[in-house]
Design a protein around this ligand. Sequence first.
Ligand code: GLN
Length: 547
Amino acid sequence: MARYIFITGGVVSSLGKGLASAALGALLQARGYTVRLRKLDPYLNVDPGTMSPFEHGEVFVTDDGAETDLDLGHYERFTGVAARNSDSVSSGRVYSTVLEKERRGDYLGKTIQVVPHVTDEIKEFLKIGEDEVDFMLCEIGGTVGDIEGLPFFEAIRQFSHDKSRDQCIFMHLTLLPYLAASGELKTKPTQHSVKELQSIGIAPDILVCRSEHPIPDKERAKIGLFCNVRKEAVVAAYDLGSIYEAPLAYHEQGLDQAVLDAFGIAPAPKPNLDVWHDVQDRIHNPEGEVTVAIVGKYVQLEDAYKSIKEALTHGGMANRVKVRVEWVDAELFDREDAAPHLERFNAILVPGGFGERGTEGKIKAAQFAREKGVPYLGICLGMQMAVIEAARNVAGIEAAGSEEFDHEAGVRRFEPVVYHLKEWVQGNHTVARRADDDKGGTMRLGAYDANLEDGSRVAKVYGTTAIEERHRHRYEVDTKYRAQLEEHGLSFSGMSPDGKLPEIVEWADHPWFIGVQFHPELKSKPFAPHPLFKDFVRAAVDNSRLV
Ligand code: GLN
């Protein structure tokens, strides 16, 4: 039976709860425990799949096809444990389940209320898989005191009451603001935030205090005294140069020890932190630097491409170089020449995206990379754009485009080299999509197998011809054009097992040009960089030596 760690936040948002949870997960693993991390989000969207990347950042997709919060990406990157659909829940999903049950008559005519029906549903969710791991870390989104978070706080309070005393602990993240005028760290907001928690029946066992300045011992003691937490359980969280320093930094501040103490686990198993020392060494001691352009649409909010940025960092760590990422707005050269915008980069990455805006610029980026021999990695929409570029400029299909853009505009302008897929095979069953389906959940989502052509670049990069990668898209490259494109040198080197869906294309005579229909970035980890990103960065390094 798992022990539960509930992670909440107070004072302000964006304190790095997700990172603290992920780092703690990694530290518990380093002590030999198994973990699973979960996110409970108070917003009313059923899942983040339909939320704008500008609003909410990237949608993280799991193997089992759930569209989840980007914090699940952190969890997976730090622990290597593949996230599941059941690791992410929002108020929207909880309410929609409760209302479905009510309509079905499951509640036998009872009046449906937040307590107990909504809270019970949350508690059921928390229990999923509780026999599988030693520790379940559950992060509550938002800050204590938010109106919409209340059912979650009530549910975790009840949950800890239902379980035995030594099975649940509460960890609360706060901020210690620094007043420059008096040169002091202020503890009052933390005290208030803990009071707020206590007023709903939750007494934190551990306080993690974000601070820009060292927390003096006497302040730590004061926080402990006023918040009813042992002094050793007041853990400092200082700003870090890289998120991957977090496990070691938290270990130094005693977080994992405080957690084991709170559960009364003694003697504590010794941690093995070799992996994280190696990660830290690679981050701090790069032997060179490359600059990669990400040519996208959501460039104003870096979180929209969170996993890609991290995967590039991992690729850099594998090659012992620092990867500088620059965001280039594709719309800048929708109409003009791309060269002045792209010339100074060692490699170009065109990420996933939806809708037509900026796509002409992305097509130009693919053309620039192909013609100039610059390493190119096209992900999802980035692969589709590379295929359209090849069709238009190499194979002579001048009107080549994607059905997605015609659908959006309501007119037929393009020859659909990329078309809307209505039916496909997943494992051993067929999935069908109807025109009137809801927006949510109508994509090819989650893990799918692909077969790679023997001798292709991708087969070399992966070191195998059978792979499994995560998908999130509605449109596919049409195999109708395969022969024509291959004749001109664009090879379809990765296909779905039934041979119907192109998964990877590559220019065989180019130094490094690969487009993938899936999202490799979602599976990359600092201690296990994804092979595509590792080799893409290597190609960028080679390219940087040429200029
Ligand atoms: N918009 C494209 C599609 O739906 C690409 C999606 C993506 O890049 N994730 O197929």
